[in-house]
Design a protein around this ligand. Structure first.
Ligand SMILES: Cc1ncc(COP(=O)(O)O)c(C=O)c1O
Length: 398
């Protein structure tokens, strides 16, 4: 954990920071004014959402329903029907502020995970909880540590608060836990680990994570982001809440966006020590999760059938998708998530564009330093086959 060890990763961070600032400068009409932004706030480029589906359908002259979006790791089955009904019912009380303590939802989640409600914070997607964790716990001069490529929001959040993110490059598409432990020093406040990781779909087995947790000082908050954990099938895939129960300052993040199919309603939650919850509660907005979202999440939690159907669809579909991609001669990174990272023979950009022209969206991974790779969400069998057929055609034309 010496300072010398963190040099390569620290350099990556600085370079990325410069790039983000340059991108922000290009995007702003009047150029950057460094005196405008609070010195506590770093400089990040605004999120530029991809073209919305209706615009793309119009551009391609096809029905919006014919667009196959495999770019955002959404649930191909849609929301749970019970969540849909609950959301519609909750609209009747939309003139009232939501329960700022999300009490019913927290009670149900506590019951599900064998913890107390005082150990849970509900957020506007787990995205908000990542933000809240950095904002609440990382002081000026302190750092976060994570892997790269991984979920970009960890580092962007740190950057947006003017905090430094130290990045340990992945090894063979997996988090390098030794590399991450080497970056942890007295300045480290938070470590982010996505398990399974986005965009690689790889996972960390129980015993590797246990060894890492034993090595990292207990004063460091370790965040285990299990947004995709529901799709894992590996026998040694850990359940963070259960397997690492005694570790203080462990935060397990969960999301309703994936297996529960509620990405548009924005609900996620953190399970951790009551002391951490106390401080996060003090910092978060009082009404951070809307009443419709709370009602839908509660109903989704009770809809085991939809949840299991979603998991089965992904687990079965992933096996077939991986097998067929390999048959096409492509390198596939074995995934435990609801998406697959696949390497194409050359630069992925022309294939991504040609897929788009045919109404099929996948995630280009150039921004993650993998110009020959794409991330493809596992859809229904029909969706996966449509993607595979078009891809096969395009590859023959390469
Ligand atoms: C690893 C990871 N964590 C968290 C999130 C955010 O999910 P949510 O929709 O709950 O904000 C995502 C979203 O794609 C993700 O990939």
């Amino acid at each position: 954990m010496s300072a010398a060890d963190d040099q390569p990763s620290a350099r990556v961070t600085e370079e990325e920071t410069r790039r983000a600032i340059a991108a922000a400068a290009r995007g702003s009409a009047g150029g950057l004014d460094p005196t405008l932004v609070s010195s506590e706030i770093g400089l990040v480029a605004p999120f530029r959402p991809p073209k919305i589906r209706s615009e793309l359908a119009e551009e391609l002259g096809i029905d919006e329903g014919d667009i196959l979006d495999l770019s955002a790791n959404e649930n191909a089955l849609g929301p749970s029907p019970k969540a849909r009904t609950a959301a519609i019912e909750a609209l009747g009380a939309a003139h009232r502020y939501p329960d700022g303590g999300a009490q019913s939802l927290r009670a149900a989640l506590a019951d599900r995970h064998g913890v107390t409600p005082a150990q849970i914070v509900v957020g506007n997607g787990s995205y908000e909880l990542i933000d809240l964790l950095v904002r609440t716990f990382v002081s000026p001069g302190e750092t976060i540590v994570t892997g790269w490529p991984s979920f970009v929001v960890y580092r962007l959040t740190a950057l947006s608060y003017g905090r430094e993110a130290l990045l340990a490059p992945l090894r063979h598409h997996r988090y390098d836990l030794a590399g991450m432990a080497a970056l942890v020093d007295r300045r480290t406040k938070l470590v982010f680990i996505a398990n399974p990781n986005n965009p690689t779909g790889t996972y960390l087995p129980r015993r590797h994570l246990a060894a890492f947790l034993a090595r990292v000082p207990r004063s460091v908050i370790v965040v285990l982001d299990e947004a995709y954990g529901d799709f894992a099938t590996a026998v040694d895939f850990p359940n963070g809440v259960v397997d690492f129960k005694g570790r203080p300052r462990l935060v397990v993040l969960k999301s309703f966006s994936k297996a529960h199919g509620l990405a548009g309603l924005r609900v996620g939650y953190a399970i951790t020590d009551a002391a951490l919850v106390y401080h996060m509660d003090a910092v978060r907005q009082a009404f951070n999760v809307g009443s419709v979202a709370q009602a839908a999440a509660l109903a989704a939690l009770g809809d085991e059938e939809h949840f299991e159907r979603s998991r089965r669809l992904v687990r079965d579909g992933r096996v077939e998708l991986e097998r067929r991609l390999i048959q096409l001669g492509l390198e596939v990174v074995p995934s435990q998530a609801n998406f697959v990272l696949v390497r194409l023979p050359n630069d992925a950009a022309p294939i991504v564009e040609r897929l788009r022209q045919k109404g099929i969206l996948v995630r280009d991974l150039r921004g993650y330093g993998m110009p020959d790779a794409v991330r493809v969400t596992v859809g229904t069998r029909a969706m996966n086959l449509r993607f595979l057929l078009v891809l096969e055609d395009l590859l023959q034309g390469v």
